[in-house]
Design a protein around this ligand. Structure first.
Ligand SMILES: NC(=O)C1=CN([C@@H]2O[C@H](COP(=O)(O)OP(=O)(O)OC[C@H]3O[C@@H](n4cnc5c(N)ncnc54)[C@H](O)[C@@H]3O)[C@@H](O)[C@H]2O)C=CC1
Ligand SMILES: O=C([O-])CC(=O)C(=O)O
Length: 276
């Protein structure tokens, strides 16, 4: 007797909102093939430039405005400037569709998004991104966590333009030794460094929240990589981890970030899923 073949589900159509360092790398990966997904549409600020970048794909897709994405896709991957987060994900959540969010820092200013997802049976998924160890952080947070501390060191050009530096008149151009530019909570860091500290917010959401997660930021002319060290004290374990990220075309963004999004999508459809 022939075995009955399981029904073949059609691939999930992916919209990429933001066609920059992360968006382009993800588009190329989807174009090469991630099982269970197909790229259906992207959004970019400058359409002619995006159309030129689209030529790198074997199967080019339309470049539309953010407001036009939802009907064209089953899932959105947000990889745009943080301020655009609500306009990108709200239409998808309202339609009961999932959103992968990489501008994690902006979630703190828009906590209605999680309620919106719950109301419509949708999910917001935050990949580990440029960080390390969210699996251990999530597991430890099932028990008692006493402290979470993160120390970030970035080359000067990875921090230039951060509102906290401007508001506090902190000049980092031309410094010759490491300078600690911030000490505070993940919530304060997200406000002051919106394009730099998504990782601290992701860590805090996995662990003990943005008001108890402590953070130091150093502008460091001696490093070439964005470096994050995490130190956690919990009743289940003590752990310390660090990651040194090779910058992508965008000096503020580590190359591993796009790879984390690709791995996150792959895991969503995988028959065998590894990690918390
Ligand atoms: N969670 C994490 O670990 C990390 C998160 N990030 C965050 O991810 C986001 C994307 O980062 P990158 O790809 O490096 O940025 P990027 O600056 O290279 O790309 C952003 C893209 O969004 C596009 N864009 C701007 N306005 C738009 C509009 N109105 N409509 C459509 N597209 C628009 C820009 O043209 C640009 O191509 C940023 O918010 C960044 O802070 C970055 C690194 C790590
Ligand atoms: O390390 C990186 O590549 C980026 C980073 O800090 C962030 O956006 O949180």
């Amino acid at each position: 007797m022939n075995a009955i073949a399981p029904p073949r589900r059609r691939p999930l159509r992916v919209a990429i909102a933001g066609f920059g360092a992360i968006g382009q790398a993800l588009a190329l990966a989807l174009d090469r093939g991630i099982p269970g997904f197909e790229l259906s549409v992207v959004s970019a600020r400058e359409k002619p430039a995006a159309a030129r970048r689209m030529e790198q794909l074997r199967n080019p897709v339309p470049v539309l405005d953010i407001a036009e994405l939802e009907p064209q896709a089953d899932l959105v991957v947000e990889c745009a400037p943080a301020a655009l987060l609500p306009s990108i994900v709200e239409p998808f959540l309202r339609a009961g569709k999932n959103a992968v969010v990489i501008s994690a820092g902006a979630l703190l200013q828009h906590d209605h998004l999680a309620s919106l997802a719950a109301q419509h049976g949708a999910h917001i998924i935050v990949p580990t991104g440029a960080l390390i160890g969210l699996d251990a952080m999530l597991a430890a947070a099932e028990g008692e966590v006493t402290s979470v501390r993160m120390i970030t060191r970035k080359p000067v050009r990875g921090l230039l333009g951060a509102p906290y530096l401007t508001e506090n008149n902190i000049r980092i151009e031309g410094i010759e030794a490491p300078l600690r530019v911030f000490e505070g909570t993940a919530r304060e860091a997200a406000r002051g460094f919106p394009a730099n500290l998504n990782v601290a917010v992701a860590l805090s959401l996995a662990g003990i929240g943005p008001d108890r997660t402590r953070l130091e930021i150093w502008a460091d002319p001696t490093v070439t990589r964005n470096t994050h060290r995490i130190e956690v004290e919990a009743d289940s374990a003590r752990f310390a981890m660090s990651i040194e990220n090779v910058p992508s075309d965008n000096p503020k963004t580590g190359r591993i970030t796009a790879l984390s999004v690709i791995a996150c999508l792959r895991k969503m459809q995988a028959p065998l899923r590894i990690g918390t």
